[in-house]
Write a protein that binds this ligand. Sequence first.
Ligand code: SAH
Length: 349
Amino acid sequence: MEKVCIKSMLPGQVQEYMVSLGEPSYRGKQVFRWLTQGVTSFDEMSDLSKSLREKLKEKAFITKPEIVRKQVSARDGTVKYLFGLADGNCVETVVMRYQHGNSVCLSTQAGCHMGCAFCASFEKGETRDLTPAEILDQVLFAQKDSGLKISNIVLMGTGEPLDNYDNVVQFLRLVSCPEGLNIGMRHISLSTCGLVPRIRELSQLDFQLTLSISLHAPNNKIRSTIMPVNNKYPVEELIRACRDYFAATGRRISFEYAMIAGVNDSDGCARELAALLRGLMCHINLIPLNHVEGSPLAPSSRETIRRFQEILQKKGFNVTVRRSLGGDIDASCGQLRRKAMAEKRNQNK
Ligand code: SAH
């Protein structure tokens, strides 16, 4: 019989599980508390009887990520982890330090299917969904190891969160529940390349999180050349879903726009973007493209980004240019994982 992943369960589910084992439901509360503290074995649950711990060991398991690599930026204190998972896969997690608190950037899949031209996370072949516990572990263990209290979460690491919808939703419930880490939805951002049906589904949950859309282009012609997902869900459909999302949740949407030299950074693009988003309560975040090894795409110049920002601001939009953290430690967009997986493949040859 396959063992169950107990850390993927919500408090009520752990209680039901304990009852199914013939235990009183308050045992579930005890177990959940231990899991939230980051224990990695049932033996550490010292207020459970030895026989119960043995029973749990037979029927359930506790995920235990291993820190394969850790890098700390000398410039800004950004900490980047490469966590090893039980099946030998690994995921990247980044802790960023801001004045308003520490933020953690989580991966939701090991690898990604979406194939955006500018992104290091895309890999042919093996990718897999992370379980709720594996996503939660990144917060638990980054916090535990770094000693930095995490107050904000962004789902902007490797993977497309809405392509792993059920596990991500379960994770969001886990991390925000009062018995758990209790990080409120208002402190969580979910970034998507634009899986329209899932955006609509998400809008029906009463989550107060910030939806962040990786837009990166104002029209189908450009967007389809850099983001294959656009062939399935074109720009107009995506923006319609965003307008409906705002209507359903009242939450302002955040648009990410990576500035790529000569591709999406002209004045015309800025004007087209303004027309596209007219009347939508949103925030636009311009990101100087992070150069990915081997890619022909380059970031726009600072001057171009400033002009682009000005055009949008003149039209009344709220526009910021993202400050880049951890530039000295490959702390962006799947670069550390990519290096580590390539090294591993070479070792296995
Ligand atoms: N799959 C999700 C979340 C992961 S990517 C999504 O697409 O939103 C997180 C963000 O980083 C996205 O906005 C993505 O487009 C952006 N990104 C990826 N590679 C980048 C690069 N080289 N430079 C700048 N931003 C990049």
